[in-house]
Design a protein around this ligand. Sequence first.
Ligand code: PMP
Length: 340
Amino acid sequence: MPLQPDILAAIGHTPLILLKRASAETGCRILGKAEFMNPGQSVKDRAALFMVEAAERAGLIRPGGTIVEGTAGNTGIGLAMVGNAKGYRTVIVIPETQSVEKKDALRLAGATLVEVPAVPFANPNNYVKVAGRLAERLSATEPAGAFFADQFDNTANRAAHVATTGPEIWEATGGEVDGFICAAGTGGTLAGTAEALRARNPRVTIGLSDPQGSALHRHYATGTLKAEGNSITEGIGQGRITRNLDGFTPDVSYEIPDAEALPLVFALLAEEGLCLGGSSGINVAGAIRLARQLGPGHTIVTILCDGGTRYASKLFNPAFLRERGLPVPAWLAAPRPIDP
Ligand code: PMP
């Protein structure tokens, strides 16, 4: 790998990894894009960089200015990294339900955290709305002003995936890609990657793979945008058509129970050495369903959004899983002792 001028140049160009068991069980080639290998350790580094650079080009952010964002965590971690590298301060509004590991990573990156109760988007105290109001206030009071990144409705987010994630997948597969599927938070990864792949091959099947209770799944499957139930996964599950999802329609849509996704997360760690977060489990489960729908011999690509260490206190905590009636793998429940 050539010398990089800064950390931001190391965003993207992530490996596309063959998922062995999922491929063997379906007779397809199931590939995971290792987004946890980005410098901020998630898929959201791409959107963070593109949103800040679009704001710079538009003159919306000045040297020494403040970036404000409402985020489940990963976008904030990406923005804090981009902010540090470019000389901006970062203020992050986060629902208090998000994992302690993500909040610690944000503090460690020097972001100022504002924790708020998790309430729906319709509530004026929803984290995204609090962030928007805070950005307005700081624009007036901070000497160098403030910029609201607004990942849900800022289409520089989707543009990051049109320009990078999609073309990287096309290049790594030599254009041999029959299906692409992932979950939606802002929808930037799904709609942007789909746009890039469809532009190169209109026959590629695009799928939404969303967690249990997904309003978006109901919207695409039945026409009703309504959430019913919830999931322990973080960063995904969207209750509205964001501007990043505007004009996008998947070819297929699946709703994945946590009890289907989590055993995949555990097996990928124990059998293939991939330590992943919950949304990656939802994505791999969706890729397996799409492989079964298309039949053997196809290549399906999905996103491995972030790493499991970001959820050690939840996904990999037997007490947390048991409380929710979720499966606990034997190696996690009772690690094999060794006599020193
Ligand atoms: N997985 C995780 C862990 C995330 O943090 C996010 C972003 N919120 C996503 C998936 C979804 O990505 P996008 O916002 O591009 O839909």
